[in-house]
Design a protein around this ligand. Structure first.
Ligand SMILES: C[S@@+](CC[C@H](N)C(=O)[O-])C[C@H]1O[C@@H](n2cnc3c(N)ncnc32)[C@H](O)[C@@H]1O
Length: 436
């Protein structure tokens, strides 16, 4: 049955679980793409990402042309409509193809009644585009393209720069590489890229970072399978540099999958004894794959960083807590976050983050260092966690981070997503004081 679906109907089918909070782009799209004809896959991927990235914009625009909002059971029709408006407004595909296929897709998903409505709305958009776009400027959903709760939080917390954050969130993310400096220096790898005709520039903050001018498939990167290079955002690369462990140290990477920072730590200092901990067995498989490709070794434990069942009672010199978070610093990479996250998740996440920190603290040697990281841009998950933790833990001290990236906060350092640079991130460094 699904074999005969057209591309737009496939998009509606693929995205419906996201609207129902039952999947994410990264969990549903690979499977949906693999069932589509090969020639359709690049456009289908582009439409799925674009529809999610601009969901709130085109939902607002559509509301100008609808007499009443769609019923929850008609979310697949809303997907078809938002997605067609996105295509007519932003893609090069011919209008008639977008409209005809979307109307046909209504039948294919079992909603033939919607074809007439969608046809009328899309043709009206074709005729009155500039007036409608002008009118839509009065709607916050159209202007800011974010859910109200995220918008309110950003305005409240970052009155100086919330608009820049919104803009960066809606841009396609750059592809950033981390050069394995054990294999090749950064200039050497830049030369390899140039020889292969791949345009790229060095990052500004991490010594191993390279930005590609255009994203590309990893298997086309020189020496990728030989482990010379990995894909990792530049902000994420700062963890290893902040920790800079000495040879012989014993480390824990407490929330480790898929292993990006773990592998970077081992590339940075191969003579460390580092354990990886991950709650989800399926995600832990990714750690093993990355270690293997890079020719690295580390024991990977499955366990919960907020309990001690997995711990062998040997304390650590350094601990990295790359905590589960709202991922609001990486919305441009995962635009579906805007639909999947809820305001109430932030309180739950903050409780988890504090529980993980409190539990791991006892595993750190006196004199040891813990780095707390998130890819969130909400203070509730970042500086407020560190503030609350320092109030609870009398032997914890904040070690300020002097750096040329992000902005200094009272309790840590915050990075915001940069249009052609790093993602949004947060770091704080804590030391456990020596016993008196
Ligand atoms: C932000 S990701 C880590 C990214 C990773 N450090 C890297 O650089 O590739 C957070 C990870 O923590 C895991 N996680 C969530 N809660 C956890 C817990 N209580 N204990 C251990 N791991 C947890 C998640 O499954 C997820 O893989």
């Amino acid at each position: 049955m699904s074999e005969s679906l057209n591309l737009r109907a496939r998009v509606a089918r693929a995205l419906l679980p996201l609207l129902q909070q039952q999947g994410s782009l990264s969990s549903v799209l690979p499977n949906a793409l693999s069932r589509a004809p090969e020639r359709d896959r690049p456009l289908m991927q582009q439409i799925c990402y674009g529809t999610m990235r601009f969901w709130f914009r085109y939902e607002a625009l559509a509301s100008l042309m609808l007499r009443k909002p769609f019923h929850p059971e008609e979310q697949d029709v809303q997907i078809l409509l938002n997605s067609a408006l996105y295509q007519l407004d932003q893609l090069q595909a011919p209008d008639h193809a977008v409209i005809n296929e979307t109307v046909e897709a209504c039948k294919q998903i079992g909603k033939p009644w919607a074809g007439k409505l969608i046809n009328a709305i899309l043709r009206r958009f074709q005729r009155e585009k500039s007036e409608l776009l002008q009118q839509a400027q009065s709607l916050e959903g159209y202007r800011f393209n974010h859910p109200e709760w995220i918008l309110a939080k950003l305005k409240h917390n970052w009155p100086e720069c919330w608009q820049q954050i919104l803009v960066a969130n809606d841009l396609p993310p750059p592809m950033c590489l981390r050069v394995n400096l054990q294999r090749v220096d950064r200039d050497g790898y830049l030369r390899l890229l140039a020889a292969a005709g791949i345009e790229a520039v060095a990052g500004q903050h991490s010594a191993a970072a390279i930005y590609l001018n255009q994203p590309m498939a990893v298997d086309k990167l020189p020496q990728f399978s030989a482990g010379w290079v990995s894909v990792q955002d530049e902000a994420a690369q700062l963890a290893a540099e902040l920790m800079s462990p000495a040879a012989g140290m014993r480390l824990l990477d407490a929330c480790a999958a898929p292993g990006g920072k773990l592998c970077h730590l081992l590339e940075h200092q191969p003579q460390i004894d580092i354990e990886a901990l991950e709650l989800e067995p399926r995600r832990a498989v990714r750690i093993q794959e990355n270690l293997q490709r890079l020719g690295l070794n580390a024991p990977v434990k499955i366990g919960d960083a907020s309990d001690q069942e997995w711990w062998n009672k040997r304390p650590y010199d350094q601990i990295l807590v790359d905590a589960p978070c709202s991922a609001t610093g990486v919305i441009r990479r995962n635009p579906d976050i805007k639909l999947l996250r809820r305001n109430e998740d932030i309180l739950t996440l903050a409780a988890q983050q504090l529980a993980i920190l409190g539990n791991l603290w006892g595993m750190l040697k006196p004199g040891g260092t813990l780095v707390y990281a998130t890819c969130s841009i909400f203070p509730q998950e970042n500086e407020r966690i560190i503030e609350r933790f320092l109030r609870q833990q009398s032997d914890a001290r904040l070690v300020p981070i002097e750096a040329d990236w992000g902005i200094a906060r009272e309790f840590g350092r915050q990075l915001f997503p940069q249009p052609t640079g790093h993602d949004g991130f947060f770091y704080a460094r804590l030391a456990r004081m020596q016993e008196a």
